[in-house]
Design a protein around this ligand. Sequence first.
Ligand SMILES: [Zn+2]
Length: 298
Amino acid sequence: MVAGVNLINGMSVDVEDWFQVGAFEKVLTRDSWDTLSPRVERNCEVVLDLYAAAGVKATFFTLGWVAARHGPLMRRIVDAGHELASHGWDHARVFALGPQAFAADIARARKVLEDASGVAITGYRAPSFSIDARTPWAHEILAEQGYAYSSSVAPIAHDHYGWREAPRFAFRPLADAGLLEIPVTTAQVGSRRMAAGGGGFFRVLPYQFSRWAIARANGQDQRPAVFYFHPWEVDPDQPRVSDAPLRSKLRHYTNLQGMAAKLTRLMGEFSWGRMDEVARIEAARAQVWQPAALGAAA
Ligand SMILES: [Zn+2]
């Protein structure tokens, strides 16, 4: 373990197939998905093996669309001791849905996830971390539907997403409900905040950056890190989407080959657990945080 720190960090994987990536959505539209070869089940088996070898229990934030087509996989995830949680229905971003459509999206996903797995779903991660300043209603709807926590905020400025003003660690977005928001990990250096919780950043940047950022969250900040990746990131043989934007392709296909070894190293150097476990620990100290504009409107 790094620096003798034994904080439990949140390990998670966002379960979507290679053709459901936000950056490809203009090229691979939703009506084409059922014509493409699924690889998510095979890739999740690779992920399950990596976790088993490392002795890590994690959270699988899974699309309802995937659960509807791969029911037995949902069972295997739960039987292996992992948490099954929701990633919404078909990766529509929260800010693109509006309140009614969002409520319907998460209810539909949850029903399929619960029916397939036989367990209650209490965690949610928005597609592309799309809960931000534009969606003041999202946490309220999650609380109404009985979720215990959300891990849907990236407290950074990014070209696709981000809620720059949000706290870096777990907070209560509602004064009158227990719902926790547990943002993905960032690194703060002076006034600069960088994404440091996984995904493409973990794959593309040197391993030492993630190691440094997680050690810093655990050490200097004394808080758990929240890390995520995708099943397609451990699949170097996935079909190449040739007519996607160059920038998206560069992000998507860099270092897929080295990802599994990098993940194994990361899991060996820190303590990891399920997000619901992190939520239980963080609930004791999370403070209410609401943007000033929301407070004024209430
Ligand atoms: Zn996703």
